[in-house]
Design a protein around this ligand. Structure first.
Ligand SMILES: CC(=O)N[C@H]1[C@@H](OP(=O)(O)OP(=O)(O)OC[C@H]2O[C@@H](n3ccc(=O)[nH]c3=O)[C@H](O)[C@@H]2O)O[C@H](CO)[C@@H](O)[C@@H]1O
Ligand SMILES: C=C(OP(=O)(O)O)C(=O)O
Length: 431
């Protein structure tokens, strides 16, 4: 078993460069199923386990898909298979994003119910409702969802009960090749939605209004190949911004787009953290005591649920009691029990965590329960007394490229060890 070992107490300093966004590149790779003419090259691709999984999924469909150093080439001009294998789909939630493109290209898809981090029940009713309105008939049997469309998909007016990111993306992709106009109301507004719209338009689609709650898609007969650079990862950016603040350090997060991080920047400033925004990135500087803050996660442009656990770690170092309310996922407080192993003072009251800051954290053996929980435990380890051992790294590997190397370069005492090198936390000595 691999573990990340962190010795607390070092102030982070320097510059960290962001990778492309996981949550943007996964839908782009799924959308690469759509073009019947030409091939796709996506640049600045983060080489994450999720990216490898979705690429393998395309290959399993008979699509030519190849990962390079920081890019992926995809040629979906000819392929026949419309059934995705369980072993790949179960690994991540985003697998279900191939449903819309397969239905649009092949009028059929059979996909096992998707997996991913256990942060809630994560139904797919809004995806199905949208695609049904476009003419798809679904059957659910033996843990699979099978969709068929008699003829071509047709445009529809779709109101989402919740601005689901994945449902908005699945409908946008399907609607790009449908006949007529599709209007998605109460659509998700996340930057990853805008990135997908830009990518679809670069392939010849006609998508307007992405980034607002009403998206209009006029279907076209075919899409073509293109070369496209994915946006930088706002959640990775937020994680390093929180790391700078929690260690009372000074870090320039290169490539961070301030417009994508408005709620985090506001909350850090409310705590007394200095945040300086420039065209090239964001500088975060913190020292001394920080004020407690109350945070509520919401769909974009609200505070992102994917930064909830990392900011909770930061709240533990504030001078007083903070609140963290999670409204997006019903089971996204699993990191709380792990943080408590590190002497954190946190109580859960329904969907709100009450975080009593100012108590010293102590190093402990902890397990990441989802990918952001893993990041939060590492952040807590950076300021804990002694050594923290974080296991469950398969979660972290889904979402962070080289988090250990990046934190080391900022001055953190952190290492990744395999079971062969395993030593108890108290014995570990850093190089
Ligand atoms: C790969 C990717 O981009 N993942 C992100 C995406 O996930 P994902 O696209 O799965 O998130 P959604 O926006 O769809 O889900 C948000 C909420 O809506 C609910 N829901 C969703 C769909 C549906 O059909 N019915 C339904 O009830 C979910 O259970 C959840 O409670 O957005 C989430 C919310 O910002 C992020 O945390 C994830 O990191
Ligand atoms: C929850 C996340 O991802 P996914 O939707 O892929 O599980 C995340 O990125 O924090």
């Amino acid at each position: 078993m691999e573990k990340i070992i962190v010795q607390g107490g070092n102030r982070l300093q320097g510059k960290v460069k962001l990778h492309g966004a996981k949550n943007a590149v996964l839908p782009l790779i799924a959308a690469s199923i759509l073009p019947a003419r030409g091939s796709i090259t996506i640049l600045e691709v983060p080489m994450l386990d999720d990216v490898k999984t979705i690429t393998e999924m395309l290959v399993s469909l008979g699509i030519k898909a190849e990962l390079g150093e920081d890019r992926v080439h995809i040629d979906a001009q000819t392929f026949q298979t419309t059934q995705a294998p369980y072993d790949l789909v179960r690994k991540m939630r985003a697998s279900f994003l191939i449903m819309g493109p397969l239905l649009a290209r092949k009028k059929h898809a059979r996909i096992p119910l998707p997996g991913g981090c256990a942060i809630g029940s994560r139904p797919i009713d809004q995806h199905l409702k949208g695609l049904e309105a476009m003419g798809v008939q679904f059957e659910i049997e033996a843990g699979h969802i099978e969709g068929r469309v008699a003829d071509r998909l047709h445009g529809a007016s779709i109101y989402l009960d919740f601005p689901s990111v994945g449902a908005t993306q699945n409908i946008m992709m399907a609607a790009s090749l449908a006949t007529g106009r599709t209007v998605i109301e109460n659509a998700a507004c996340e930057p990853e939605i805008v990135d997908l719209a830009n990518f679809l338009n670069a392939m010849g689609a006609n998508v307007r209004g992405a980034g607002t709650d009403e998206i209009r898609i006029d279907g076209v007969d075919f899409l073509h190949g293109t070369e496209y650079t994915v946006i930088t990862d706002r959640i990775e950016a937020g994680t390093y911004m929180a790391a700078a603040a929690i260690t009372r350090g000074e870090v320039f997060v290169e490539g961070a787009i301030a417009d994508h991080l408005t709620p985090l920047i506001a909350k850090l400033r409310e705590m007394g953290v200095q945040v300086m925004v420039s065209e090239d990135g964001i500088l975060v500087r913190a020292e001394g005591e920080l004020k407690p803050i109350d945070v509520k996660t919401l769909p974009y442009p609200g505070f992102p649920t994917d930064l909830q656990s990392q900011v909770m770690a930061l709240q533990l170092t504030a001078n007083g009691t903070s609140l963290m309310s999670e409204t997006v996922f019903e089971n996204r407080f699993m990191h709380v029990e792990e943080l408590k192993r590190m002497s954190a003072h946190i109580k859960i009251d329904g969907r709100t965590a009450v975080i009593e800051g100012g108590h010293p954290l102590s190093g402990a053996q902890v397990t990441s329960t989802d990918l952001r929980a893993g990041a939060a435990l590492i952040l807590a380890g950076l300021v804990a007394d002694g050594v923290t051992e974080v296991s469950g790294l398969h979660h972290v590997d889904r979402g962070y490229v080289n988090i250990v190397g990046k934190l080391q370069a900022l001055g953190a005492k952190i290492e990744r060890i395999t079971s062969d090198e395993e030593v108890s936390a108290t014995q570990h000595s850093f190089a």
